[in-house]
Write a protein that binds this ligand. Structure first.
Ligand SMILES: Nc1ncnc2c1ncn2[C@@H]1O[C@H](COP(=O)(O)OP(=O)(O)O)[C@@H](O)[C@H]1O
Ligand SMILES: [Mg+2]
Length: 446
């Protein structure tokens, strides 16, 4: 059996599979350059220069990983895993740091800069040996570490199997663990000691290659690491060692907006005040994403999750793209993503612009107003977005359109929300408002 990796292990002794795992995190967005810049000679001078950067960069064209090549080069000296680990943590590259060393070293090192919690962690480290699994790590310590450290926990597939009762496929309501099914896999409820979490077990789908799925996986992790907001879902961690990659999120006890509008499992209809707060919170989350130059590309009520206080949290960043660093401009892609019932005309043609998120948000506002599903095969029109024409042509009144199960509404606010929705749903993207304009308008009357 090979020796476990410790901080004293020489980098040149790392297995290729570990290097490959690291490169999955450090190659995209050129994070390897951050590491490279921080590597020093024993004299304290930088080991690498811009010339080296260009040399490693050229290797990409030959299909090589700059991370693997860099570590290979640095490994020719007696550099250690501990040194690399320090660099990764210094730059908040927690996910690759955790690949390198077990969690305790990670928490210990990251928090070792004289925080008042040092002693607790050191004591915990003494009490537990480093090979412990999640079940015998104190829950308090994990939460503490998440609070101090915005990095993610690296679970093993085995740990996630345990906390989801072996992926019990029966719905939670029937005593199982299944929360729902999505485009990329199944979501299970798990209990991390006594704290519930949602575990998304990714599955290969017909039209997606394993490489594409891996890209989505890494993208989701990197996006959630960077972007944090009250109205975006919190990620707890992930696993990438088993036959399925898994993503672990904070559990949203009120499920998705889609399910709550449909009053699934006998839930009561959301009153107008709650619907307004959900619309506003979602707009805040989306405005934050756009402000960070991120386009969600799959805005829909199924991706708006509600916590115990019905605070909306936008989920599924796997499809987001960091657009141009300068501004959110238009990109054309061959791969068309998103759900048709929410897609703007230009998104159907493969164009990526923040204005398509605005359009999809318009559909969500129609759902909030009407309680109707975005698509219904037995309805005329099938697509909810097309109901806008019926209202505009006065074939149905707004009063007829709104959800008759909803309490506490007033016509003035309903009209204002519909007016925002209607402009978001303009066929031509230039006629649609920006998300920040949508937000200002909603804030005005809510
Ligand atoms: N963090 C979470 N907490 C509670 N339920 C969740 C969570 N994430 C997802 N779900 C449930 O699982 C379902 C499937 O999610 P997902 O795989 O993202 O597919 P989709 O976005 O297509 O609905 C969601 O509609 C929701 O009901
Ligand atoms: Mg989803």
């Amino acid at each position: 059996m090979s020796n476990p990796v410790t901080s004293e292990t020489l980098i040149r002794k790392l297995k290729h599979s570990v290097l490959k795992n690291l490169s999955d995190f450090l190659d995209p967005h050129d994070e390897w350059k951050t590491v490279l810049m921080d590597i020093q000679k024993p004299t304290g001078e930088p080991r690498y220069t811009q010339l080296h950067v260009r040399r490693f960069q050229r290797l990409v064209a030959q299909g090589k990983s700059p991370t693997v090549e860099l570590l290979f080069d640095w490994g020719t000296t007696d550099s250690t895993v501990g040194e690399l680990f320090e660099i990764l943590n210094r730059h908040k590259l927690f996910a690759p740091a955790r690949i390198l060393l077990p969690v305790y070293y990670g928490f210990y090192s990251v928090n070792s800069r004289h925080t008042p919690y040092d002693e607790t962690i050191k004591q915990k480290k003494r009490e537990n040996n480093p090979h412990n699994t999640i079940s015998n790590i104190s829950h308090g310590i994990i939460l503490l570490c998440f609070t101090l450290n915005p990095g993610f926990y690296t679970f093993t597939f085995h740990e996630l199997t345990q906390i989801t009762k072996s992926w019990d496929d029966r719905p939670v309501s029937a005593g199982g663990s299944r929360l729902g099914e999505g485009g990329f896999g199944t979501v299970f409820k798990g209990l991390l000691n006594s704290t519930p979490v949602a575990v998304k077990k990714l599955n290969l789908v017909d039209d997606m290659s394993p490489e594409d799925l891996k890209t989505q996986f890494i993208q989701e992790i990197q996006t959630l690491k960077r972007l944090q907001h009250k109205n975006l879902v919190n990620m707890v961690g992930y696993s990438s060692d088993g036959q399925h990659s898994c993503l672990v999120y904070a559990y949203m006890s009120n499920g998705s907006l889609l399910d709550r509008l449909a009053c699934l499992e006998g839930s009561t209809a959301l009153p107008w005040q709650v619907r307004c707060a959900v619309a506003l919170g979602t707009a805040r989350g989306l405005e934050y994403l756009h402000h960070q130059n991120h386009i969600h590309r799959d805005v829909k009520s199924g991706n708006i999750l509600l916590d115990e206080d019905f605070i909306p949290k936008i989920s599924d960043f796997g499809l987001t793209r960091a657009s141009s660093k300068r501004s959110c401009t238009t990109v054309i892609t061959e791969r068309i993503v998103g759900t048709t019932a929410y897609m703007a005309p230009e998104a159907l043609r493969g164009e990526i612009t923040p204005k398509s998120d605005v359009f999809s948000f318009g559909v969500v506002l129609l759902e909030i107003l009407s309680g109707l599903p975005p698509v219904d095969e037995n309805r005329d029109p099938k697509l909810l977005m097309e109901m806008k024409d019926e209202i505009d042509d006065e074939e149905i009144t707004l009063q007829e359109f709104i959800d008759n199960k909803m309490e506490g509404w007033d016509m003035d606010c309903v009209e204002k929300m519909y007016s925002v929705a209607s402009r978001c749903l303009s066929e031509r993207k230039n006629r649609r408002p920006l998300l920040k304009e949508v937000l200002t308008e909603l804030e005005d009357f809510i």
